[in-house]
Design a protein around this ligand. Structure first.
Ligand code: NI
Length: 170
């Protein structure tokens, strides 16, 4: 089922995801809904907090447009190591039409559980590393706008508030 993606300034985006205590069929259904929602958007990553589920769970798929899908599920993720620096033009499904150059670690080592609850460790670089850090931020209630300088932050805030008001009045 495709779920509604929350847009900034929805306050639920600021909630910290809670630990997923057990990988139940409900959690797996949520993962499947998130994948459907992300592909429909389309996007390369989606955090549970973006659809109003305050849980430590995100998914990413950074496969090229015409390549087979490469869905990766991260439940209760922890970034163990960050190394190097990379700057990437990022977008976010909760900030339609907004882009920002964000400085990230070039490589990360992350530990998480998959859709079956099995723990794994992954070393990632490039777009995958960027997407993991972006989605991991979401689980802490940290958003793209927090990475902006004061001027762009103010403009983006205003633009998104205006957008939300326009949508509420239609
Ligand atoms: Ni995002």
């Amino acid at each position: 089922m495709i779920r509604t993606i929350l847009h900034y300034p929805d306050k639920r985006l600021r909630e910290r995801g809670e630990r997923v205590e057990a990988i139940t069929p409900e959690v797996q259904k949520l993962v499947d809904d998130m994948a459907e929602t992300m592909y429909a958007a389309p996007g390369v990553g989606l955090a549970a907090t973006q659809i109003g589920e305050a849980l430590q769970l995100f998914i990413v798929d950074v496969a090229e447009e015409n390549a087979p899908s490469d869905l990766r599920v991260f439940i209760n993720p922890e970034i163990l190591e960050r190394d190097g620096e990379i700057s990437w033009q990022e977008g976010c499904l909760s900030f339609p039409g907004v882009q920002e150059e964000v400085d990230r670690a070039a490589r990360v080592r992350v530990r998480a559980q998959d859709r079956e609850g099995v723990w794994f460790e992954l070393e990632a670089e490039g777009l995958l590393a960027v997407a993991i850090q972006h989605e991991y931020d979401h689980l802490q209630g940290v958003l793209m706008i927090d990475h902006m300088g004061p001027l762009k932050k103010r403009l983006t805030h205003r633009k998104m508030v205006k957008r939300a008001e326009e949508q509420a009045s239609t």
